[in-house]
Design a protein around this ligand. Structure first.
Ligand SMILES: *Cc1c(COP(=O)(O)O)cnc(C)c1O
Length: 193
């Protein structure tokens, strides 16, 4: 199980002790913010794995493929197509998670659950992406266990082994539902300002 330490809003000075303690998996949700702090940190510690856990605009794909090591937020065909082309041209074939909007919330990113099977197939057959798993962010007012169980079912059906689910408030529950990646910010770094 991989703990992705989520460092959004936190400075390099706050992150360094966690690197020094030996942690190697970190997550950011904005490409721009990540570009401001991670190139220097990665230069010092080359075996860091940086995970993109926030929305990716197609005009940021080049920078994202160059900087990140794992993408958790693949959520639409246009992005898949752009990512595939950019990974090809940089020869960096990053593992990806498809984000699923398990609560079908209109304001939230992610595939509609009904689209997942076809999208997974296209990732493999059309775009040749290194798709490893599914990711979700449950609705704040729902019982997260329902969403974790649902995501696990969708992944199983598609033959995907990895599950990116669980945050500070519910990562223990996510682990009981088979999370392979939990994304934990405030429980490690304290509340964001
Ligand atoms: C901020 C964020 C997290 C971490 O949230 P915490 O509640 O601080 O653990 C996890 N996943 C995503 C997608 C995030 O944006």
């Amino acid at each position: 199980m991989t703990i992705v330490a989520v460092t959004k809003t936190h400075t390099a000075e706050q992150i360094l002790p966690v690197i020094t303690a030996g942690h190697r998996h970190f997550g950011e949700n904005r490409v721009q913010e990540a570009m401001e702090k991670w190139p220097a940190l990665k230069a010092q510690t080359p075996d860091i794995h940086l995970h993109l856990i926030g929305p990716l605009q197609t005009n940021k794909v080049r920078e994202a493929v160059a900087l990140f090591d794992v993408i958790h937020t693949l959520d639409r065909p246009k992005l898949a197509e752009k990512l595939a082309a950019e990974m090809q041209s940089q020869d960096r074939h990053l593992p990806c998670f498809a984000q699923v909007n398990t609560g079908r919330e209109s304001q939230k990113a992610g595939l509609d659950p009904a689209e997942v099977d076809a999208f997974v197939r296209a990732c493999r057959e059309t775009w040749n992406l290194n798709l490893q798993g599914l990711m979700c962010i449950p609705p704040v007012d729902d019982e997260p266990a329902l969403h974790f169980a649902f995501l696990r079912e969708l992944a199983k059906r598609s033959g995907l082994a990895q599950l990116s689910m669980g945050m500070s408030d519910d990562f223990e529950m996510a682990v009981t539902f088979g999370a392979t990646h939990v994304r934990v910010g405030s429980a490690i770094f304290g509340a964001r300002g």
